[in-house]
Design a protein around this ligand. Structure first.
Ligand SMILES: Cc1cc2nc3c(=O)[nH]c(=O)nc-3n(C[C@H](O)[C@H](O)[C@H](O)COP(=O)(O)O)c2cc1C
Length: 224
């Protein structure tokens, strides 16, 4: 494994360059290789206990994109112009609860942990959910999985920016209506997955009209 050595200036440049792209140049396409690269950074993102409580649907079908418009007021122009449009799904309680089949299979099949380690991990995970984080309702468990899926979102947008690809995160949708649609038309098991965000990728049509405005660094950071 090589230690990364990217110039800080290039990274900050990418952060300055990234902006929530309102309209993409519909004639430009992100290559399959670049899109795989972006999605790979989601897969490599950290998650609590490493349980990866997410799934990503890349919506390239025009008819499916049309269906999303009425339930996602923040998305129509992006649905029309983005090269790639991704739905970020997060797992619901039946998947992420400490004793679920999914968690057991993650430990056994993906992480290939020995039985005694699985037992120890299960105990930790149970205590974490029930005692430390008080994840006692389905809503809290979904929100917790959602927080983790947002880490993948951030990483995908940064990876895109670092390679000159634009993006826009989208939360402008009606949760219940969008999930009903996902169940009916996208084949999503909405007992197991909920919609956390949408994110569009492509190439900007125009540079942003206004420069980046941010609060003063001193107002958001305190050193003690
Ligand atoms: C969680 C989240 C949800 C957002 N939802 C939308 C949206 O629905 N539609 C949209 O055009 N922009 C959306 N944005 C983009 C923000 O408006 C934008 O990131 C913010 O104004 C800062 O501008 P910048 O990203 O260009 O620096 C969202 C951003 C975040 C982080």
């Amino acid at each position: 494994m090589t230690t990364p050595n990217i110039a800080k200036e290039d990274i900050i440049n990418a952060f300055q360059y990234r902006h929530a792209t309102k309209e993409f140049d519909a004639t430009k396409t992100v290559s399959d290789a670049d899109m795989d690269f972006i999605l790979k950074t989601a897969s490599l993102s950290p998650s609590s206990f490493g349980f990866e409580p997410w799934h990503f649907i890349v919506v390239q079908d025009k008819e499916l994109r049309e269906l999303l418009k009425p339930v996602a007021w923040g998305a129509p122009l992006k649905l029309d112009t983005a090269s790639h449009f991704v739905l970020g799904l997060s797992m619901k309680a039946p998947m992420t609860k400490w004793e679920s089949d999914y968690i057991m299979s993650m430990m056994k099949d993906v992480k290939q942990l020995p039985a005694d380690v699985i037992e120890m991990f299960s105990k930790f995970y149970r205590e974490f959910q029930e005692r430390d984080f008080d994840l006692d309702t389905d809503k809290k468990l979904f929100d917790w999985a959602s927080k983790q899926t947002y880490i993948a979102l951030g990483n995908m947008m940064t990876a895109a920016a670092l390679t000159g690809i634009d993006s826009c995160p989208i939360e402008g949708f009606h949760q219940e209506k969008a999930e009903d649609l996902l169940k009916e038309k996208f084949g999503v098991d909405t007992d197991k997955y909920g919609l956390s965000f949408m994110v569009a990728f492509g190439y900007r049509k125009d540079d942003p009209e206004f420069g980046k405005s941010r609060r003063n660094f001193e107002d958001i950071v305190t050193f003690k």
